[in-house]
Ligand binder design. Sequence first.
Ligand code: ATP
Length: 452
Amino acid sequence: MSEKATMEKIVSLAKRRGFIFPGSNIYGGLSGFWDYGPYGVMLKNNITRLWWRIFVEEREDVHGLDSAILMRQDVWQASGHVGGFVDAVVSDTVNGRQFRADHLLEDQGYDPTGMSIEDISNHIKENNIKSPNGNPLSEVSTFNMMFETCIGAGKGEESKSYLRPETAQGIFANFKNIMDSVHPQLPFGIGQIGKAFRNEIAPRDFIFRAREFEQMELEYFVHPDEWEKWFDHYREEIWRWMDMIGLDRDSIHELEVPAEDRAHYSKRTIDFEFDYPFGRKELYGLAYRTDFDLKSHASKSGQELSYLDQEKNERVVPHVIEPSLGVDRTLLAVLVSAYREDEMNGEKRVFLSLPVAIAPVRVAVFPLMKNKSDLVSKAREVFEILKKEIPRVIYDESGSIGKRYRRQDEIGTPHCVTVDFDTLDDQTVTVRDRDSGEQKRLKIEDLLAELK
Ligand code: ATP
């Protein structure tokens, strides 16, 4: 990680360069919601496409899914979310500000690891803990983080539904459909990318803790005897993935989550934590979910959710290994890892050293000046050649050449190609490397090979 990546700089660059804007911005913003602008959505799409390729498409044993966000409330009752997806909340008795009780303890130097909601409540009382404004706190209460909504015109209990707080349940709810339609052999996985919603008590740290976010989740179904092997496999796969997107290994730490802090369904969880500028926080989770979900859904729905091993002639309820990756936390870790400052030609420069595979723009093509029609048409010609062969090539003629380089540096474009007067004579262009700023002269005919 670059020493210079503060949150202030990242947030400001993200807004200035059209990556990420506060949600409902023209009305003053809405806490916990963010809008991805032109370069943000390109970066996000590159990340999700790469995940899909690595975790789904390149695997013969993994199938894709895109399930509905709203499902019957039975799904969330069986999964345990209706009863148990709660956080402990306390409020400042003077100004009414609400806090997640464990975060409040953490911020005041206590370690809430392993504390139950009751422990947290006692701890606050015994230590006479106050709000950050120094005011007394309310009693600790619990708060379910699922957003409720109604389906159809009815308002009764029957029409109640929830915006999904994780994509995983859509996978479990489709286990039987996939078994019956594509007949996979155990072990096999089902992968899904999609939005998830959690009514976080105190969204914070930019896109790190949002109320609407995206997940890339894989449920990998295995024979119960083999869970450890596949847990280790996906542990390695997560490391391989983090290398691909340019996260510095030294900024990542595995945390073996102690039993008392694991979700109710998990027998083993490793959190992959990242050194964000605001501290070391969970980037991803890898969980051994046992057969909890399939068994709960089988029991509530009355459907057979198991696998028939024809060789052994035995029925097993598969166990599940789940690598769960947040898209937004990935994007933030990517920005933090890629952020650089240096000096070029006596001027301070900011650039994003993004891996080529995920940089929003792969190559930018410029004419040296926009008011010379032969330069413009030659640059357009080069742009068309590259565009056919390389994804994400853009053409830009606005502002001075220095400004255009600075813009592309901040977007993280690995290469800029400039057409100048010499191009018209000798068919060569300048190729500038983002990280070193080095410029090479290349023949147009050699350009594709070099950039590819
Ligand atoms: P935390 O402890 O930080 O609240 P969690 O343990 O509840 O996170 P999981 O339920 O394991 O998170 O969710 C899987 C992944 O989804 C997380 O590793 C993270 O990448 C992402 N995620 C979870 N909550 C949020 C959120 N509020 N905003 C953005 N991403 C999130």
